[in-house]
Design a protein around this ligand. Structure first.
Ligand SMILES: Nc1ncnc2c1ncn2[C@@H]1O[C@H](COP(=O)(O)OP(=O)(O)OP(=O)(O)O)[C@@H](O)[C@H]1O
Ligand SMILES: [Mg+2]
Length: 328
């Protein structure tokens, strides 16, 4: 689309909704949405909504309370995420921060991130893998697909594997959007074999659904876009550049994060200061609890379970192959 076309696009608050009946739907409790709209993938309940442009939106429990803001008319159509949004320049992928313009409910800052499922890992990503990760894990590293990533992220957020006092804070996964447009394989940079593996895993998961629940599928020729909640604060890389955090403090922080994740049963292969968000107190000092910096994590494209966690799940008798989140 050209700049000229964008210039005449109506402001987002006047863009018509693309999801029919959205406001009425948003008044229904997540647990009470009609059965025909319910889906479950890797243990996570979603509401599946179709828009009038051929797009599909899968909304999580976290996203449901912000539903009016998630309509693609408010952040996607006419390239709003890039026109109005701020590209998050530290990232190697396509990631934007977009403010909502919807006046209904609480205002929200969205993070719009394009999935890199089935693409090659760029060298600048794999070169950030820390030492200590087993060689076979590094060699087999792959970007998560969107449903896998949301499933793992919820598992991490709710993990009971580590000490009960340990909760790893993260950005909240709100929804997955797949626009109606179809692409050639080369345009999305996907490898067929890699995509087939993701699709096969999804089919295996969907075969375990209770009777009557409709299955979710992914298409090799469609894009998938994540919607996350923006985490207030400043990332440790920016704090370091601003002189508010020393390099040794930033390194110690990343080591803490790796240890906390490991205790919880997870690892993120490309952990780095840019992925760790810290909070400043009103007086300007960084927020600490029991002497440790309070942090939230924001990038889970390379989130994985550890072997120890897999064994723990087996012995703890966690049902099925995935964590199961309440809903339906
Ligand atoms: N939900 C969020 N809340 C706050 N900050 C965020 C959030 N998501 C991303 N950011 C900021 O934007 C940066 C880029 O986002 P992200 O790491 O997800 O992109 P990426 O393309 O995967 O980058 P990289 O290749 O560096 O991993 C992050 O380093 C972080 O500073
Ligand atoms: Mg990343």
């Amino acid at each position: 689309m050209t700049e000229a076309t964008w210039a005449v696009a109506p402001p987002p608050e006047q863009m018509p909704q693309t999801i029919p009946d959205l406001l009425n739907l948003s008044r229904i409790l997540f647990n009470e949405v009609p059965r025909s709209l319910r889906r479950r993938v890797y243990g996570i309940p979603y509401v599946r909504l179709d828009d009038t442009t051929g797009g599909r939106l899968w909304v999580t429990r976290h996203g449901w309370q912000h539903l009016p803001h998630l309509d693609p008319a408010k952040w996607y159509l006419d390239g709003q995420f890039s026109r109005r949004g701020k590209r998050l320049s530290e990232g190697s992928g396509a990631v934007y921060r977009v403010s909502s313009t919807v006046s209904v409910g609480r205002p929200i800052e969205l993070v719009v991130k394009f999935s890199r499922m089935a693409q090659d890992l760029p060298l600048d990503v794999s070169s950030q893998f820390p030492g200590g990760v087993p060689r076979h894990v590094v060699d087999a590293a792959e970007f998560n697909d969107p449903f896998q990533e949301f499933g793992l992220l919820e598992e991490l957020r709710n993990s009971r594997c580590g000490p009960s006092s340990l909760r790893v804070r993260t950005k909240r996964p709100l929804a997955i959007y797949s626009p109606g447009k179809r692409f050639e394989l080369w345009q999305l940079g996907r490898t067929e074999d890699r995509f087939r593996q993701h699709a096969r895993q999804l089919v295996e998961d969907q075969e375990t659904l209770e009777h009557g629940m409709k299955a979710v599928e992914m298409s090799i020729d469609r894009q998938y876009v994540y919607l996350f909640h923006w985490v207030r604060g400043i990332d440790a890389q920016s704090l370091m550049q601003a002189g508010a955090l020393s390099a040794p403090e930033a390194s110690a922080l990343v080591v803490n994060v790796i240890e906390d994740l490991a205790a919880t049963g997870f690892r993120v292969l490309d952990n780095k200061p840019g992925h760790v968000i810290l909070r400043k107190r009103p007086a300007g000092r960084l927020l600490r609890r029991d002497g440790r910096l309070v942090y939230a994590l924001v990038d889970f494209e390379l989130l994985q379970r550890t072997e120890r966690y897999r064994r723990w799940r087996e012995t703890a008798g966690v049902a099925g192959t995935t964590h199961r989140q309440g809903g339906w």
